[in-house]
Design a protein around this ligand. Sequence first.
Ligand SMILES: Cc1cc2nc3c(=O)[nH]c(=O)nc-3n(C[C@H](O)[C@H](O)[C@H](O)COP(=O)(O)OP(=O)(O)OC[C@H]3O[C@@H](n4cnc5c(N)ncnc54)[C@H](O)[C@@H]3O)c2cc1C
Ligand code: SF4
Length: 541
Amino acid sequence: MTNNHYDVIIIGTGAGGGTLAYHLAPSGKRILIVERGDYVPREKANWDPQVVNVDGHYNAKESWLDKDGKELHPHTNYYVGGNTKFYGAALFRLRKEDFGELRHHGGVSPAWPISYDDLEPYYAHAENLYQVHGNRGEDPTEPPSNSPYPWPAVSHEPRIQQLSDDFARSGLRPFHVPVGVMLDEKNPQKSRCIRCNTCDGFACLVGAKADAQVVCIDEAVKHSNVTLLTNSLVKRLETNSSGREVKGVVVERNRGLETYSAEVVVVSCGAINSAALLLRSASDKHPRGLANSSDIVGRHYMGHTNSVLMAISKCPNPTTFQKTLGVNDFYFRSDDFQYPMGHISFVGKLDPVTLRAGAPAIAPNFTLELMAKHSLDFWLTSEDLPDPNNRVTIGREGKIVLTYTPNNLEAHERLQAKLKQAMKQTNCAIHGHECHQGLFGRNLYVGQKIPLAGVAHQNGTIRFGHDPKTSVLDANCRAHDVDNLYVVDGSFFPSSAAVNPALTIMANALRVGDHLMKRLGVSAKEYEQNRQQERDLAVSR
Ligand SMILES: Cc1cc2nc3c(=O)[nH]c(=O)nc-3n(C[C@H](O)[C@H](O)[C@H](O)COP(=O)(O)OP(=O)(O)OC[C@H]3O[C@@H](n4cnc5c(N)ncnc54)[C@H](O)[C@@H]3O)c2cc1C
Ligand code: SF4
């Protein structure tokens, strides 16, 4: 056994990999974490809309191809903490019904191999870990839970509170969005989060967003049994002669190739890169790609149908932190449409600089300023359905090819219509119905109308299930074809539901972590002792 041999190798440090690393760290097992990116540098530019939204400074510097062979620049981020460094930290549980089969206008959303009840304790754990602020009992579609949120909801600022009251008067049931920011409103001087307007889409300069680096990786690497390699790109996975075990993790770092091995290898590169890694790891024993006897790897790509709708109101909207209000009244159905439509909430407050990036050149600056001053910037999410032809493949020069034809679009159009109708009916206390003069859509992905590049909610490409013919992973997220290979990022989703995915990825990583600890024979007593020892050390440091 060489020094390059570990008990566990985890590839990727985002919502899945980062959370798993945190959970396994006190096990005492030798753990290697391999991350292609570096830490996000802490610099003023972290909070600069021009640098972040217009220049795309922190976006991945690579191009993929669409189904017609055209280049696309994915809106994704390769850093320690993965995409959670830039996420809006809206941390939702899927609805209980999302785990069963659901009939949509555009087809069927399939059942998961585990139930909501199986994941419930892990949701609670993930909410504690990621310091979710929310109020139970407000969201009419909320699944049952055994504990309150660890922190009270982030309060609405006056304009959003006014909208919430207006919505409630018109019969909707708006709620506070659960968010993972370290805000202590009762103690603002001591609060790590300063409640700023550059949260959703930006890295937090003061480390107050509950992302996978701050919450998980920084804690995991305090354990002497955990090693993190940054700027280390996993190129391929190699198996033993039977093909049943991953024997080598080939890593490009320091301009050379290094090979590592482990008893258990966990892939967590994000749904698109994980599929690409397995496909690139094809061999004699796995000619269609590693763990791909089913030919399912890379298929069923989903990313939600998302849109940003700006409602320009007569009332100005001076809100700083806008992502506090959600509406799920149309999540499952309405009186006039018997199918699920989706979820309505907010993006971070749009500013004139960001708007300029998506506006036609003729739009004068003062118009954009005025728009930004008055807009309510809604975020709408509808479920897209798993289509085997929507898939990740490897194309020319080894590039990722993302083939995607949108589906279930009627649901999204209905959702947009519902919001427009709700805004029309909403009686603002100051201007009455007239307050919300206009509502129009804008592509969030700066500059051009290329929704395919907006892969923020990517999932589904390495689905889990009971049947090895129709899924890649079993219910524990272990590959059916390879005994020591697991996947814990968003790839495992058999359906995408219509709320943001990160909390489910985190909760599942904790669940798989428990399974791995059993597999590796970690004793609960030893685990608790190691955790306590780390806590004591932290106090003395
Ligand atoms: C702007 C933005 C806002 C978002 N807002 C929300 C939100 O409010 N709520 C929510 O739930 N979700 C949100 N999301 C989505 C959320 O961030 C993702 O669902 C989540 O991070 C996915 O976790 P993951 O583990 O699947 O992958 P990631 O977090 O993407 O992690 C994958 C990691 O693997 C690394 N990696 C990739 N390939 C390799 C390789 N070959 N070798 C080594 N390392 C590799 C990457 O660098 C990355 O660190 C948002 C995303 C974005 C971009
Ligand atoms: S709102 Fe809070 S968590 Fe978000 S970027 Fe600002 S300080 Fe950080």
